[in-house]
Design a protein around this ligand. Structure first.
Ligand code: ADP
Ligand code: ADP
Ligand code: ZN
Length: 223
């Protein structure tokens, strides 16, 4: 038996973490855990969590660590994570990485690979400004690079597509600045553990998922 996968996708906003995480969940039959998706759902439902998170998200800032760490712990405790998991958008800073390690220890689980998606800034701006999301199921599209078959409507569920409020130019800049500030220590941390794998993130969505799978299979241990 191959070991259970505990994957982290790292990379700047727009690097394709969400897109790739969805493909990996299909390939490996493991759940995608996206703090961004969970927070957006909470905002939509106007829960207490959503009300707390909204102002940070709209300004392109990180939601406080205690909030997202709580979300992650609750999610990782669910039964489906016993098969493994792919984290997308968490951890975002070194404090979150430390908290994650503590949670996984308690659950007798671990990170097996961290994939760092490398994409240049010019490409990120193009991807983020053309991103569209399904209001119903959260599927991601791009008006040019990954358009839906029927303009404005989700291929998977027929839901309406919308542009995220934080995918406007000013907020994009703020998010990229937050990333630039927080990411280096994270990279170092996972590099130090021998878990970090850089994957070139430019190319077709299919090419990139193949690169990621090759990386995973090349480093996956037997149980
Ligand atoms: P992240 O989760 O890292 O912010 P997404 O997966 O949402 O990134 O991708 C950002 C945007 O770029 C989306 O509109 C998506 O459709 C598009 N995209 C994803 N992968 C690629 C790719 N390899 N080439 C071109 N566009 C891509
Ligand atoms: P992207 O990949 O395009 O940056 P996400 O959907 O991952 O977008 O995140 C959107 C917003 O949700 C972030 O700008 C931040 O406000 C909040 N968020 C998501 N994940 C985290 C996290 N791990 N820590 C703090 N805030 C987060
Ligand atoms: Zn949909």
């Amino acid at each position: 038996m191959k070991e259970r996968l505990g994957l982290i996708l790292l990379g700047p906003p727009g690097s394709g973490k969400g897109t790739q995480a969805k493909l990996l969940t299909e390939k490996y039959n493991i759940p995608q855990i996206s703090t961004g998706d969970i927070l957006r759902e909470a905002v939509k439902q106007r829960t207490e969590l959503g009300l707390k998170a909204k102002k940070f998200m709209n300004q392109g800032e990180l939601v406080p660590d205690d909030v997202v760490v709580g979300i992650i712990e609750e999610r990782l405790r669910k039964e489906d994570c016993e098969r493994g998991f792919v984290l997308d958008g968490f951890p975002r800073n070194i404090e979150q990485a430390h908290a994650l390690e503590g949670i996984l220890k308690k659950l007798n689980s671990q990170i097996t690979q961290t994939i760092n998606l490398a994409v240049g800034e010019e490409e990120l701006l193009k991807r983020l400004s053309g991103r569209r999301i399904c209001r119903e199921c959260g599927e991601g599209y791009h008006i040019i690079f990954n358009p839906p078959t029927n303009g404005g409507i989700c291929n998977k569920c027929g839901g309406e597509l919308y542009q995220r409020e934080d995918d406007q130019e000013d907020t994009i800049k703020a998010r990229l600045a937050v990333y630039a500030e927080q990411n280096a220590p994270l990279i170092k941390y996972y590099q130090g553990k021998g878990l970090l794998h850089r994957v070139e993130g430019k190319g077709s969505i299919q090419q990139i998922v193949e690169r990621i799978i090759t990386t995973i299979e090349g480093t996956r241990r037997d149980d």
